[in-house]
Design a protein around this ligand. Structure first.
Ligand code: COM
Length: 500
């Protein structure tokens, strides 16, 4: 039997692509060795959501312990390894079963289980059986990039892939790389009494709005998470297991004692299986595709992380959907504009879409900010006068369930929201938040940005108070202004979070 397409790899891109292909009336076959859904439920999104929930609970218990009616809780023996074990033994299997049931039984997509071998662009062999397809879609995902430095193979050195496999609780962890994975991991491990140091060669979260970065890293500093930027990791030392990380910083050699290292310097696309087909491969090991997810070889497509960044589940799934449409004779194109982004920062999360303030100023000149809190020294109000230790914060801001609790007990952790508006057109150009629960809104805000949503339109929506990002009510406060001024001019929170 010949299929319309063989989807080589059943991760987010292949699974969604094949399902979409089937829904369009096509005949897809997924080839998958391990489980459907890719890394998501093994060690990425699903696992990280779970682990972040566990870390949030630890952090919130720490904050609330002995306050109000909350009992005093001893958190000195909590265990990150225990949290990982629960997911590893129950979560991974439960998700795998669900994906299999949904894909094969509910959606009726055929799956050939086993290690596939691409024979040619129309032929794949699985367990000695030959499958034929008119098209081939490569969705083989990505892997963590690992630097070639001495000691990288020592026990105790891990990547995000190994996180669910944690069997012992580290005391001191060094995170190599301050991108969104490394920053997220720092926030996930610190609540479990793990002493965390982040070593970043350049700048942490360079693409994020400066206020979000500063808010996040000031919070890290308060929590004892140490950050070095501009530091070059040279080797990992240890006898039989990791004992320290050696790095070059400001011309000096520094050694960071630790019993665990998390390497998070980026991702490398898994493109190797497609190379014999003659597809073009880019400098980052990615399969080069056009807007329709086609490679240079007719009838061969690439989707998901295998085709390079942006590495984001929504993009992976949408690449699958676009490839499916094109296989079925449409002329569909990827749209990479206004893709939202997100970082786990338990008990909070950062979410962003559109331009940062710096990008917006470059493009539109004077932009208007609708933002709370205002900056480091608000003239009014002065909450520290009636609530000691409550400096530098404006109103309670974000959190789906902890807004007011975090206001009182959160040690300045009650969030930040920031909308950026072009005052001439009154259109939003970017939304940013640190809080809890804003992800849902950002899925829709990304669409509103794309259609040119204005402050006046936003002011006409119906907020359900309290909510996670407050953009409706904050916009309504200023939408009556003929000449839009927004909230107070921006005062950057000081960048005082770095270890020097
Ligand atoms: C999510 C994986 S766990 S997938 O995108 O639904 O396949």
């Amino acid at each position: 039997m010949e299929y319309d397409a063989i989807w080589f790899g059943g991760g987010a891109a292949g699974r969604f692509g094949a399902a979409f292909h089937k829904a369009l009336g096509g005949r897809p076959l997924i080839v998958e060795e391990h489980h459907l859904g890719g890394e998501c439920h093994v060690c990425r999104c699903a696992f990280e959501n779970f682990f972040s929930d566990q870390a949030s609970m630890a952090e919130l218990m720490r904050l609330y312990s002995g306050k109000s009616w909350y009992p005093k809780i001893d958190l000195s023996h909590i265990s990150a390894a225990k949290a990982a074990e629960l997911y590893r033994t129950v979560g991974q299997r439960a998700f795998a079963d669900t994906m299999k049931h949904q894909t094969e039984k509910q959606l009726g997509v055929d799956v050939a289980w086993g290690a596939g071998k691409i024979i040619d662009k129309n032929t794949v062999e699985v367990n000695g059986k030959i499958y034929k397809g008119r098209n081939l879609v490569i969705g083989t995902g990505s892997r963590p990039t690992v630097p070639d430095i001495p000691g990288i193979d020592l026990p105790g050195v891990m990547t995000y892939k190994d996180h669910p496999e944690m069997r012992k609780d580290p005391k001191k962890m060094v995170i190599v790389g301050g991108g969104k994975i490394g920053i997220g991991k720092a926030a996930m491990f610190a609540p479990f009494n793990i002493d965390v140091t982040i070593l970043e060669k350049y700048t942490c979260l360079p693409k994020w709005d400066r206020d979000i970065r500063n808010f996040t890293f000031r919070d890290f500093k308060r929590r004892g998470i140490k950050i070095y930027e501009g530091i070059d990791v040279k080797k990992i030392k240890g006898k039989g297991k990791v004992e320290s990380v050696v790095a070059q910083f400001n011309g000096e050699t520094m050694e960071f004692p630790c019993d665990a290292v998390m390497v998070s310097i980026g991702l490398t696309p898994n493109s190797e299986s497609a190379i014999p087909l003659g597809v073009k491969i880019g400098k980052g090991n990615e399969i080069i595709i056009d807007e329709g997810c086609r490679t240079n070889v007719p009838g061969v497509y690439a989707v998901g992380d295998a085709a390079g960044p942006p590495y984001f589940m929504a993009i992976a799934r949408k690449r699958g959907m676009i490839a499916a449409k094109n296989i079925m004779g449409e002329d569909a194109k990827m749209d990479y504009s206004f893709v939202p982004d997100h970082i786990y920062l338990p008990p909070l999360e950062a979410t962003s879409v559109g331009l940062t303030e710096a990008e917006a100023r470059e493009k539109y000149g004077d932009v208007v900010l609708i933002q709370v809190p205002w900056g480091p020294k608000p003239e009014d109000p002065k909450p520290e006068e009636y609530y000691p230790g409550f400096e530098n914060q404006g109103l309670p801001v974000c959190g789906r369930m902890h807004t007011l609790n975090l206001l009182f007990y959160g040690q300045n952790r009650n969030g930040l929201v920031k909308a950026i508006v072009d005052p001439k057109s009154r259109k939003y150009v970017g939304f940013h938040s640190v809080g809890d629960g804003a992800k849902t809104a950002f899925q829709y805000l990304s669409y509103l940005l794309k259609i040119g949503w204005t402050v006046d339109q936003m002011a006409n929506l119906h907020e359900i108070f309290l909510n996670a990002e407050h953009f409706i009510q904050l916009s309504r406060l200023v939408a009556g202004q003929k000449e839009l001024k927004g909230f107070a001019a921006q005062v950057y929170l000081e960048e005082d979070y770095l270890c020097r």
